[in-house]
Design a protein around this ligand. Sequence first.
Ligand code: ATP
Ligand code: MG
Length: 353
Amino acid sequence: MFGRSKNLVGLDIGSSVVKAVELRPSGRGYRVAAFGMQPVPPDSIVDGAVIDAGAVADAIRRVFEENRSFKTKDVCASLSGNAVIVKKITLPVMTASELDDSIAWEAEQYIPFDIQDVNLDYQILDPGTGPDSRGSMDVLLVAAKKEKIGDYTAVIAQAGRTPVVVDVDAFALQNAYEANYGLDAREVVVLLNAGASAININILQGEQSVFTRDISMGGNAYTEAVQKELDLPFDAAEEIKKGIPVDGATFEEARPVLHAVTENVLLEIQKTFDFFKATASSDRIDRIMLSGGASRVDGFREMLQDRFGVTVEDFNPFRTVAWDPKKLGAEAADVAATAAVAVGLALRRVGDR
Ligand SMILES: Nc1ncnc2c1ncn2[C@@H]1O[C@H](COP(=O)(O)OP(=O)(O)OP(=O)(O)O)[C@@H](O)[C@H]1O
Ligand SMILES: [Mg+2]
């Protein structure tokens, strides 16, 4: 309590927007001490790869320059998409230290990259020591390409910040969900974060992540379709997609284009759910929690609800994490959709893996 603060800034480097959140303990939970976001120029990050490091570093720098309330330089960032592989694997029961010694060797069979090129992490899901164990244990394996980690830590350093922890979008989301909603052992909850270039899906069964997948489709697909169908420049298409009036087209013209893209997105989500149901012990889904800027597209939530017949709720990362609109200069509701990953990252502590 009196020692050095082990606080980290949660820094979500999205392909369209950089978000940063700093939390401070408050009562039995947390409050947001600082929040900032800045746009990233289109095509600076493509498929999770940093293409224009200067532009991304600039966006990060601006977040901290425009908001002086951030107190720590240490940040927790995240990767997603094809930079990371998450797999549940089954191994013979062994002790924690045996697992630690053999994980790289075991992982080699499941990871389609050279094991030298990745950072490995894992979590024991089921130690296999229970009464119904059949001599095997379940382990969640996470492999991130060193090259991608290097790209992200480099832009963070270039922006004058210190990268301390590198997490995964889907797990940051889970972290934020746990902190705000708690976990119900009986429930199957889908966390769905629709960003500009990807949709991260993390399916939780009770306390565990049982399935993750990143679909490489998101808000950009909507903007591109509107650009093409209504013959608009990128910026106008971005605006009209959000319901902001522009010259040269009406929202009524854009709506069917948006819905057609959502149909394609739903097909991908359907495939993901089918795959989950075929491989998991449960084929039930109780709830979908929506986040990400693109989840605000006209009709998205309703179409999702109609298609899958489950309750779809907006994920509020400020449900228990206190947000003071007077201090922060914005309403929680206006940034909630886009801030979920950053809140999850800000909840990490130095020394976390
Ligand atoms: N009100 C809105 N209606 C429709 N789309 C929106 C709205 N607000 C934001 N978006 C879209 O959401 C996307 C940005 O969301 P978000 O910040 O979650 O993405 P990101 O984290 O930058 O992307 P990614 O994680 O895919 O790299 C953009 O495509 C933006 O156009
Ligand atoms: Mg994102």
